[in-house]
Design a protein around this ligand. Structure first.
Ligand SMILES: Cc1cc2nc3c(=O)[nH]c(=O)nc-3n(C[C@H](O)[C@H](O)[C@H](O)COP(=O)(O)OP(=O)(O)OC[C@H]3O[C@@H](n4cnc5c(N)ncnc54)[C@H](O)[C@@H]3O)c2cc1C
Length: 509
């Protein structure tokens, strides 16, 4: 039963990274009424603000706590955290702030996203960020998102950077800017020792505006469609169902999982799948929910030779972006020092809880495997079917194997010798290619950088056009991580900020 209706110019669905930007920017115009709907709570758990607490946020009320279907390549299910509540995933993420390398956005243009190259996006990167001490021609100094490299690095992180240099990798002067290659300390979303989420940066300063309504604990079921036009959304708070009418547009910012689910529940998606789950087909858009891409991640874990000094910053303040093969025209490997033993969910710690250690994490940054997000049924409360389909393209495991070799070369360099105890994982017996691959399968985890389920483009499988408009429907856009045609070669949050800033210009026309 629908219990009440309200009318707005814009209805924004999902208060994550993109939704906070778009609702805050659109409501700068006092003449428009904006509604932001968020399924999660208004108040996050206290630990959200504490940078070192991020690994403990998974499974809390701030996380949808999704789990993949069993993966053929690994034999198990992979946990898929994603943020729920104001700030969305920016409230539970690792706070690493990096643009993809320029080559990532060139790949978007090649995939049909004309006008979305690095230089096209640069004004939006600049508009979103505030960073000091970087090159002002490529980095912003007046945006709401305050970022900076760690004020001081953990000594094991310093040793990691020295080790990378020792084995021949260049130092990067700004590994976060998208133009550099090599190892360096990356920017972090930390201000005065606290996490700065998208809600902190954009939404909180806008909350007093009389033309902006934010409703939390509000699960959007579906969009309302009439004669080819989106007229609003239907959502519930507890057991009550509401309708919000949109005189202008509905903007979906539910993220790579949330946005395709809302589309499919609205009857916009692959015809045969919608029929299978009992949803009436309104627009047969076969690309909705397809094209899932994520960075597969694994770790080499060392027991420390002795006690480790206290951790500071975010546990992971420096990394390297490199090519697994110098002939490649794109960066395809990331190596990151994590100053704790970062065990894969499927491989429990074989050392005592108080033993100290550290990890070198590795990730394939241009994966070719493609997965899907599907409805389990028409009921909005039903958890979705998440299939990342990791390692279905053998290329990804090859790159990860190359990455494991690089991680070990760095891990066994002289510079890390004072810190190094035994290699806990993969362990000394894992030497040949076959056993390394086996380890990489067992230790696989998500880097939580899922993108691509509403991809932008011009071909039959594109979900939105290059103006982020849903193909075949008026008055409906998607503007979040799901529109990326291909995954960028870095952590994804900075790119989502830029997409959202650009979406605001597109919406304003
Ligand atoms: C554990 C973790 C660690 C990460 N670490 C990093 C990192 O260190 N650096 C980095 O750059 N990136 C990181 N990322 C990725 C990055 O945070 C995301 O790419 C980015 O936040 C995605 O933004 P988004 O707006 O697309 O979606 P989200 O921020 O996920 O927002 C989607 C929002 O929509 C809401 N929603 C969904 N469906 C509905 C519905 N039906 N009704 C109402 N509301 C709905 C959700 O609750 C959520 O608040 C990490 C992500 C996770 C989960």
């Amino acid at each position: 039963m629908t219990s009440s209706t309200n009318s707005y110019d814009f209805v924004v669905v999902g208060a994550g990274t993109a939704g906070c930007v778009i609702a805050a920017r659109l409501s700068e115009d006092a003449g428009v009424r904006v509604l932001l709907l968020e399924a999660g709570a208004a108040e996050p758990p206290a630990a959200v603000a504490a940078p070192l607490a991020w690994p403990s946020l998974q499974g809390t009320s701030a996380d949808w706590a999704g789990v993949s279907v069993p993966q053929a390549a690994t034999g198990g299910r992979i946990p898929w955290p994603r943020g729920r509540g104001l700030g969305g995933s920016s409230s539970i993420n690792g706070m690493a702030f990096l643009r993809g390398h320029r080559s990532s956005y060139d790949a978007w243009v090649r995939a049909g996203a004309e006008g979305w190259g690095f230089d096209d996006l640069l004004p939006y990167f600049l508009r979103s960020e505030h960073v000091e001490g970087r090159d002002p021609t490529v980095r912003g100094d007046a945006g709401p998102v305050h970022v900076a490299p760690a004020h001081s690095l953990h000594p094991v992180t310093e040793a990691f950077l020295a080790a990378a240099s020792e084995v021949g990798y260049p130092a990067a002067s700004d590994v976060s800017g998208g133009l550099d290659e090599g190892f360096g300390s990356n920017d972090l979303n930390i201000v005065d020792g606290r996490r700065q989420s998208a809600a902190d940066a954009y939404l909180v300063p806008a909350l007093d505006r009389p033309n902006l309504d934010v409703v939390t604990d509000a699960l959007v079921h579906r969009t309302r469609l009439h004669a080819g036009r989106c007229t609003g959304v239907e959502y519930s708070v507890g057991s009550e169902v509401f309708v919000a009418e949109a005189r202008g547009e509905v903007v979906l910012t539910g993220g790579t999982v949330g946005s395709p689910l809302v589309l499919m529940r609205s009857g916009i998606g692959p015809r045969s799948h919608l029929r299978d789950v009992g949803v009436d087909v309104v627009v047969d858009l076969p690309g909705v929910g397809a094209n899932v891409q994520d960075h597969p991640r694994s770790t080499v874990i060392y027991q420390a030779a002795g006690p480790m000094p206290d951790r500071t910053n975010s546990h992971a303040d420096a990394l390297g972006l490199i090519r697994s093969d110098p002939e490649l025209d794109a960066l395809d490997l990331q190596l990151q020092l994590v100053d704790i033993p970062y065990f894969a969910p499927a491989l429990p710690p074989p050392m005592s809880a108080d033993a100290s250690g550290y990890s070198i994490a590795l990730a394939a940054m241009t994966p070719r495997s493609r997965g899907s997000v599907r409805l389990a049924g028409a009921d909005p409360g039903e958890p979705p079917v998440l299939d990342p389909n990791y390692y279905s393209d053998p290329h990804d495991l090859e790159v990860m194997t190359a990455g494991l070799r690089v991680a070990r070369r760095i891990g066994t360099a002289d510079a890390l010798e004072p810190w190094r105890g035994r290699e806990v994982f993969p362990g000394g017996e894992v030497r040949d290619d076959a056993s390394m691959r086996e380890y990489l399968r067992r230790s696989l985890r998500t880097y939580s950088h899922q993108v691509g389920t509403c991809r932008m483009g011009t071909d039959a499988l594109a979900v939105v056009d290059t103006g982020l408009r849903v193909r075949g429907v008026e008055g409906l856009r998607v503007a979040d991580a799901s529109v990326m045609p291909t995954i960028v070669s870095a952590n994804t949050n900075a790119t989502v900020y830029a997409i959202a800033e650009r979406a605001v210009d597109l919406i304003r026309g």
